[in-house]
Design a protein around this ligand. Structure first.
Ligand SMILES: Nc1ncnc2c1ncn2[C@@H]1O[C@H](COP(=O)(O)OP(=O)(O)OP(=O)(O)O)[C@@H](O)[C@H]1O
Length: 479
C-alpha cells in the first residue's frame, strides 16, 4: 500500500479520463497531480518533480513521445507509462523502445493500471537503490570519505596499512582537509574498531584543565571537582583517541602525554594510584611541527614518538577530479537536508569552482555548496550563487605579475630550452626561494611532496636518502 510519498503526474487532455485516473490513484494512496498538455506537464515535473508520469500518446501542444524524450533528459528521470489508443500497439512498442517503462491501451482497465503503476514504481525504487549503492563503491567512499583521485586512493591505501599496526599515528594536513575523518577511518580499519573513538581539540582546552580532561580526576581533587570524572584516556580505553591540533598542546602536557604513551598508565588528578589504559593515539595538526620544535614550542621526543606512522592528507587543490565528485556529493546532502531539488552546477559555476584554490579545503567547499543551495531558487547552481571571493579569484598564473618575467629569464639563452630544461631550472629557482625547504617548495609548486621527491631524484638534484634526512615530518609510509 503506497504511503502518499510517491507522486504521480497524469497527463491527459480528456477531462473525464484525467479525473477518473486522479481519483483512482489518489484513493489507492498516491499523491496525484494532473496536466492537460505536454508543456505544462514538463514544467510541473521540472519544478515539483514526480516519481511517475502517466501520459496519453496524443496530447495538445506536443505529443507524448516528445514528452517522454524530454523526461529522459532530466537528472532524476521519473518512471513513464504511455497510454495509447486501442489498436496502436506498434506505437506503444515504439514508446517502450524510446524509454517508457510500460504502456496501457484504451479503454483502460483500472485494476491492470494499478498493477502496472505499482510495478513501475517498484522498479524505479530498485534502480535508484542500485545506483546509490554503485555510487558508494564507484565514488570511492572510504568510511564516509569521498575520493577517487590518485592522492586520495594512495591515502586510503596508507590508512589500510597503518590501521592494523601498533603505535600512534600522526595525521598532517591543511585545515579542513579531513584529518578527523582520516582518524575515524584509521579507527574503523583497526583491530580496536569495536572499542570507543574519542576526539578532542587541544586548541580548545584551557591550560589548567588539560590534565583533568586527559586523565580525569577524583572527587575533591581541586575546587569545583565535586565528583570523580573519567578523562579522555579512560573514555577511549580499548579504542582510539584523536588529539586534534596536537601542535597547540602546552609543553608540560606534552611531557605527560609522552609518558602515558610510553608506559600505558594514567594517574587521574588527586588519585594516588596509576591505572592501565590501552589507547591508540592518533594526533593531527595543520601546523609544521618541525618549525614548532625549532621555535621551542614542541618536544622533539614527542614528535619522534608520533611521527613513525605519518599520513599526509592532500589539500583539495591537489585532488583533481575529486572537486566535482565532492561538490556533487555535498549538493545531494544539502538538497536532502534543505528539502530542495537542485539538479547540478552550470558550466560557468564549475569553472569558478575549478579556478579557486580552496585554502579552507573540503570544509570550505561544503560551506560554499550549502550557501549556493540556499541562494539558488531554480534547478541549477550558477556563478552568481557562489561567494564573491570565489568569483573574483584570479587563477594563480594571472595572479603573479612576475611569472612572464621569470619565464623570460629561464629561457634567456640563444636556443629555446625544452620543457624539461625549464622544469629543472624552475625547480632550482623555487628551492632557492624557500631556502631548500622541500615542504614549502612542494606547496609553492602546487604538487605533493612525493611528486617533488620524484622530480628531484630524476633531475639528479638529490638522492632519496638525502631527501629524507632533512625532512623530519616525512613518514615511513611515504618513503
Ligand atoms: N573526503 C571527504 N569526503 C566527504 N566529506 C569530507 C571529506 N573530507 C572532509 N570532509 C568533510 O569536511 C569537513 C571537514 O573535515 P574534518 O573536520 O575531518 O577536517 P580537519 O582537517 O580535521 O579540519 P581542522 O584542521 O579544521 O580540524 C567535515 O564536515 C567532513 O565530514
Amino acid at each position: 500500500m503506497p504511503d502518499g510519498d510517491e507522486r504521480i503526474l497524469v497527463v491527459e487532455d480528456d477531462q473525464g479520463l484525467r479525473e477518473l485516473l486522479a481519483e483512482e490513484l489518489g484513493e489507492t494512496g498516491y499523491t496525484v497531480g494532473v496536466a492537460d498538455n505536454a508543456e505544462s506537464a514538463l514544467t510541473r515535473v521540472r519544478e515539483a518533480g514526480a516519481d511517475l508520469v502517466i501520459s496519453d500518446l496524443r496530447l495538445p501542444g506536443g505529443d507524448g513521445m516528445a514528452l517522454l524524450e524530454q523526461m529522459a533528459g532530466l537528472h532524476e528521470r521519473p518512471g513513464f507509462v504511455m497510454i495509447t489508443a486501442f489498436g496502436t500497439i506498434a506505437q506503444a512498442m515504439q514508446a517502450v523502445k524510446a524509454g517508457a517503462d510500460d504502456f496501457l491501451t484504451k479503454p483502460l482497465d483500472i485494476d491492470h493500471l494499478l498493477v502496472v503503476v505499482a510495478r513501475v514504481l517498484e522498479m524505479r525504487r530498485l534502480r535508484r537503490q542500485v545506483a546509490r549503492l554503485e555510487s558508494l563503491v564507484d565514488d570511492g567512499d572510504f568510511h564516509g570519505m569521498r575520493g577517487t583521485s590518485r592522492p586520495m586512493r594512495e591515502l586510503f591505501d596508507q590508512i589500510r596499512l597503518v590501521a592494523p599496526a601498533q603505535g600512534p599515528v600522526l595525521v598532517l594536513g591543511e585545515s579542513g582537509t579531513g584529518k578527523e575523518q582520516v582518524a575515524r577511518a584509521i579507527h574503523a580499519e583497526s583491530p580496536m574498531a569495536k572499542g570507543p573513538f574519542a576526539a578532542v581539540n587541544c586548541a580548545g582546552i584551557p591550560p589548567d584543565l588539560f590534565e583533568s580532561e586527559f586523565f580525569g580526576h577524583e572527587a575533591g581533587a581541586f575546587t569545583g571537582a565535586s565528583r570523580t570524572r573519567k578523562g579522555l584516556f579512560e573514555e577511549a580505553d580499548g579504542g582510539s583517541l584523536l588529539l586534534d591540533e596536537i601542535g597547540e598542546l602546552p609543553m608540560a602536557m606534552q611531557a605527560k602525554l609522552l609518558r602515558v604513551m610510553e608506559n600505558g598508565h594514567i594517574r587521574p588528578v588527586g588519585a594516588n594510584r596509576e591505572r592501565a589504559v590501552n589507547v591508540r593515539v592518533i594526533a593531527a595538526t595543520h601546523r609544521d611541527l618541525a618549525a614548532r620544535i625549532a621555535a621551542g614550542d614542541f618536544r622533539e621526543d614527542l614528535f619522534y614518538r608520533l611521527e613513525s606512522l605519518t599520513l599526509e592528507v592532500p589539500p583539495l587543490r591537489e585532488r583533481g577530479e575529486d572537486l566535482d565528485l565532492l561538490a556533487a556529493h555535498f549538493l545531494q546532502r544539502c538538497c536532502a537536508a534543505q528539502d530542495r531539488r537542485v539538479q547540478g552546477f552550470a558550466d560557468a559555476a564549475v569553472q569558478v569552482l575549478h579556478d579557486y584554490d580552496w585554502p579552507g579545503n573540503v570544509r570550505e567547499l561544503f560551506n560554499v555548496v550549502q550557501r549556493a543551495v540556499t541562494f539558488c531558487r531554480g534547478e541549477v547552481i550558477d556563478r552568481e550563487h557562489l561567494p564573491v571571493r570565489l568569483r573574483n579569484h584570479q587563477p594563480r598564473d594571472q595572479d603573479d605579475p612576475s611569472a612572464p618575467a621569470l619565464l623570460a629569464r629561464l629561457a634567456d639563452g640563444p636556443v629555446l630550452p625544452t620543457l624539461e630544461d625549464i622544469q629543472r631550472r624552475y625547480l632550482r629557482h623555487v628551492l632557492d626561494q624557500v631556502g631548500g625547504n622541500k615542504r614549502r617548495a612542494a606547496a609553492m609548486l602546487g604538487i605533493g611532496r612525493r611528486t617533488l621527491y620524484r622530480w628531484l631524484e630524476r633531475e639528479g638534484l638529490a638522492t632519496a636518502s638525502e631527501l629524507g634526512r632533512d625532512e623530519p615530518a616525512a613518514s615511513s609510509a611515504e618513503r
